[in-house]
Write a protein that binds this ligand. Structure first.
Ligand SMILES: *Cc1c(COP(=O)(O)O)cnc(C)c1O
Length: 454
């Protein structure tokens, strides 16, 4: 069958408040053209992020009632730990309130002045935690991963030759080797099992721990099953176990592939490092059997981990993105191909060549998409990355609009609605004008800066 159906029924609904284009234009003006400044009630389809915005299942909500809030030794922790270790065979599982808390603890152990940490592409919170410790973050993704038109099946792969050269050059100043699956900052593109094996081998040859940022491990395993020779007949849990068996530890945001609204963890094999991590955890998060979470959260995650590896779910999840990319591509709208696991990216530089990158073409697309359809997306371009530490401005490498899909939250007709809104946007594309920033903070300006239309 060609029709994509959601592999679930809905038993609890949340109404969407319908608004008119005139109302939305006024809301956008009032928010000074920053989509982060909108009230979520004024958004029809919120594709700002897939982080913590997914729908929990009936079994997850049931599990929250089983949650045990004992300060120490909670059975909720035992269930959580067993669910993680069933997929990721690490010795020590350390719960945290979200992914960045796991990263902060990892960097308290391995970061520090003058250290150099390679990855395919560090996610921005990982980079932030590395740099805050005084270390440097290096991105060594393959060249195809930077090319929006390459059809390489694993555009998230690490450039192994570059990694080897990096290890030879930086030697002792490299505390760990990292790898992000899927490569979020690179468009949700997957990493192959073969590449994970090769990265692990380089790390091992140099005697360095290999740590996976595993936020979208299930989507990555689905791509491996679909695309990697010899993997098609294997189960998703088996592929996941293979990926993590090669690593010495992982960081995780459970707001992604664990179906959580909150949560994360750090996992390590080494007893000494785990001991250091738990000391830090007690200082900053909480006792080791709850980390930064309630017992009920741990139970919801334990259940979520059994659901995320379901093939019917993963097929529907990835197929929805592919469907939107195919339709937009057929309409002549420049999209990044192939579709990633959790998001669709529009290439605004190619769509709006008349707008200078420093007048933020991707921001102009995101604003007009909200006006037309009430759809909230996210600019990933010169608004997000253009401001330099000295306060000057430099165009980012790409001007992208990201549509990130919350898990199990929207339906196929919502996808068709998004496509229709893009059709209307295309009809108006020549009218779009750029923006200028009228007020901005010194760092992370995209969250709070104000704009005026040109
Ligand atoms: C979301 C994310 C993080 C950070 O996790 P939070 O739960 O948002 O703190 C780290 N790495 C990747 C790849 C992510 O997608």
């Amino acid at each position: 069958m060609k029709t994509i159906i959601e592999p679930f029924r809905i038993k609890s609904v949340e109404p969407i408040r319908m608004t008119t284009r005139t109302e939305r234009a006024a809301k956008l003006r009032a928010a000074l053209y920053n989509l982060f400044g909108l009230h979520a009630d004024d958004v029809l389809i919120d594709l700002l992020t897939d982080s913590g915005t997914g729908a929990m299942s009936a079994e997850q909500w049931a599990a929250t009632m089983r949650g045990d809030e004992s300060y120490a030794g909670s059975p909720s922790f035992e269930r959580f730990q067993a669910a993680v270790q069933n997929l990721m065979p690490f010795k020590h599982i350390i719960p945290t309130h979200q992914g960045r808390a796991a990263e902060a603890i990892l960097m308290a152990i391995f970061g520090g002045h003058g250290q150099n940490i390679p990855s395919n592409t560090h996610f921005d919170t990982t980079r932030g935690n590395i740099e805050a410790s005084g270390a440097f973050a290096h991105d060594l993704v393959i060249a195809e991963g930077r090319d929006g038109q390459s059809n390489h099946p694993f555009k998230g792969n690490m450039d192994i030759a570059a990694l080897e050269a990096f290890m030879d050059q930086h030697g002792d100043s490299v505390p760990i080797v990292m790898l992000t699956i899927t490569n979020n900052a690179g468009g949700g593109q997957p990493v192959s099992l073969e590449n994970i094996r090769a990265v692990a081998a380089v790390a091992k040859a140099h005697g360095k721990p290999f740590i996976i940022d595993g936020c979208r491990f299930a989507e990555n395993a689905w791509f491996i099953k679909q695309r990697e020779p010899g993997q098609g007949d294997r189960s998703i849990p088996d592929i996941v176990r293979d990926c993590f068996a090669m690593a010495d530890g992982m960081t995780m945001s459970a707001k992604k592939d664990a179906f959580g609204n909150i949560g994360g963890w750090l996992a390590l094999n080494d007893d000494g490092f785990a001991e250091q991590a738990r000391v830090r955890l007690i200082q900053t998060e909480g006792f080791p059997t709850y980390g930064g979470l309630a017992g009920r959260d741990l139970d919801a995650l334990a259940q979520g981990l059994t659901e995320i590896v379901d093939e019917d779910y993963l097929r529907y999840r990835v197929r929805t993105n592919e469907y939107i990319v195919e339709r937009l591509d057929a309409m002549g709208i420049p999209v990044v191909k192939p579709a990633g696991g959790h998001a669709v990216f529009i290439d605004a530089k190619r769509w709006l060549p008349q707008i200078d990158p420093l007048h933020y073409p991707a921001h102009a697309v995101a604003c007009r998409l909200y006006e037309i359809g009430g759809i909230r997306s996210c600019e990933i371009g010169s608004v997000m990355f253009g401001r330099q530490p000295d306060g000057s401005e430099k165009a980012a490498a790409m001007e992208l609009v990201r549509l990130a899909f919350p898990r199990r939250t929207y339906t196929q007709s919502h996808a068709d609605y998004v496509i229709e809104a893009f059709g209307e946007l295309q009809a108006e594309i020549d009218d779009l004008k750029g923006f200028r920033i009228t007020q901005e903070p010194a760092i992370m300006r995209h969250f709070t800066c104000r704009f005026a239309p040109l």
